[in-house]
Design a protein around this ligand. Sequence first.
Ligand code: BJW
Length: 259
Amino acid sequence: MTEAREFRLSDALLDRLARARSVLVLTGAGMSAESGIPTFRDAQTGIWSKFRPEELATPEAFAADPDRVWRWYEARRKTVREAQPHAGYLALVELEALVGELNVVTQNVDGLHQRAGSHRVWELHGNILRSKCHLSLRPIGREWIEESPQTPPPSPYVPEGLARPDVVWFGEALPTAAVEAAVEAASRCDFCFSIGTSSLVQPAASLPLYALERGAPLVEINPEHTPLSAQADQCIRGMASEVLVTVVSQLQAAKRENR
Ligand code: BJW
């Protein structure tokens, strides 16, 4: 494994990427950090440096104090609505045109990959801008939410139901279609990037292992060491935006040379 001092892919890995027919990109909160959305576990700025996860991101927390949890998510929704995808997101859109197929599997709930223009995006932990009934789990439209004076707004479907964010809390099952697509993409890929994730939360953290089992090279982009680092073929210790712009430029140059 190589710990790159600069933000470039090694020549051997660049060659594998240039020949890849299916690329998997797994992203976590670090991908959105440079767009101004706090990560979860970073010591100084992470959301959970101020709150304990079990107080806010669990069904039990919502049952105990729905108003508190709803208000916390309202504040985070505001941040997400104001955020813009950074250059790394745009680099991933460019990457789509350079490889056979690109699947972006994200743990993020902010929708920035889709807003940047990536086409094949699988959201493992839902989307913070959507809401659903906490009992029937049926989707609730933004208009209903905005017109309600209550926090949380009541469910339009079930008398005792409340609106809750359409995200996946600890102990909850991930959306089946997204998990199936993600496992399938990981098992099929011939190159894998893990970007800006602590690689701690399951089942997302296991996806790169499926890629490794298949023999795909794994590149981690993260300024910090993670439990996945030891298994990566290369760890690029930089910020997602700068590294992705560099890697995609490298690939574009390599493709021009081979024309
Ligand atoms: C940069 C950067 C820059 C900074 N550039 N990098 C197996 C073993 C043990 C436990 C479990 C297991 N299987 C399941 C569990 C339990 C649990 C779990 O994994 N717990 C672990 C903590 C141990 N998992 C679950 O409960 C999951 N559900 C489940 O498995 O259900 C099973 C089931 C089946 C059938 C029926 C019922 C149940 C659900 C997990 C849900 C996670 N939800 C959250 C909240 C989402 C909503 C919200 O936003 O509020 O998802 S928790 C939080 O963690 C969020 C994230 O998506 C997720 C991952 O965080 P991430 O992305 O890794 O962020 P950080 O902050 O941790 O790391 C950021 C990284 O970026 C750092 O490394 C930085 O260095 C780096 N970075 N700036 C690049 N500029």
